[in-house]
Design a protein around this ligand. Structure first.
Ligand SMILES: O=C(O)CCC(=O)C(=O)O
Length: 179
């Protein structure tokens, strides 16, 4: 919406050691992403820095290691402010933008009010729980239409014996994205 959409700079996932990559984000653009309709901003190279723990995104879910003075110096006072070297991603409708979720990034304010529809997907490392638990949204009919490769990709194999003909499948209990 016009005037909306600005986010604090953040990353989406913790990191427990250097090169501990959890998630890739895929942004599928349904509209052109332009300089004035709230493009996503990214800080190139920041995926190699300490994770930027922002309260509403990931602080509280995970206790980060204390920052070194060098790491602390990188964290801005004002997470909403432009960050030195940040890039606003622009691309035509139909593009897919793929980022490492450890990259410092955020939405920006839509100045023009032009539509900027984005499907924002997470692709999670296979040993980690899914953010959107696919079995909660899968029907037997959909499962049967999918190829073995698609079932593997979405981690919905095997079909539980008590899966409904339609509607939701049973959920694995007690799994959060972070633990
Ligand atoms: O939509 C965007 O530009 C970024 C969204 C985002 O980073 C988020 O919701 O965590």
């Amino acid at each position: 919406m016009k005037g909306q959409g600005h986010q604090d700079l953040h990353c989406d996932v913790p990191k427990k050691f250097p090169d501990d990559w959890w998630v890739s984000n895929g942004l599928i653009l349904f509209d052109d992403m332009t300089p004035d309709n709230g493009p996503t901003r990214v800080v190139p190279g920041s995926h190699r820095w300490s994770p930027l723990n922002v309260p509403h995104v990931n602080r509280g879910d995970w206790e980060p290691a204390p920052l070194t003075p060098e790491e602390r110096a990188r964290v801005p006072e004002d997470l909403a402010a432009p960050y030195p070297g940040e890039v606003r991603v622009t691309a035509p409708a139909g593009s897919v933008v793929i980022i490492n979720s450890s990259l410092w990034h955020g939405g920006t304010r839509n100045e023009s009010g032009a539509r900027r529809r984005v499907l924002h997907l997470t692709y999670t490392r296979r040993d980690l729980p899914q953010q959107l638990y696919q079995r909660d949204y899968l029907t037997r009919e959909l499962y049967e239409r999918m190829s073995p490769a698609q079932r593997f990709l979405l981690d919905i194999e095997p079909l539980p014996e008590n899966a409904a003909e339609s509607g939701r499948m049973p959920r694995r209990v007690g799994e959060g994205w972070w633990n």
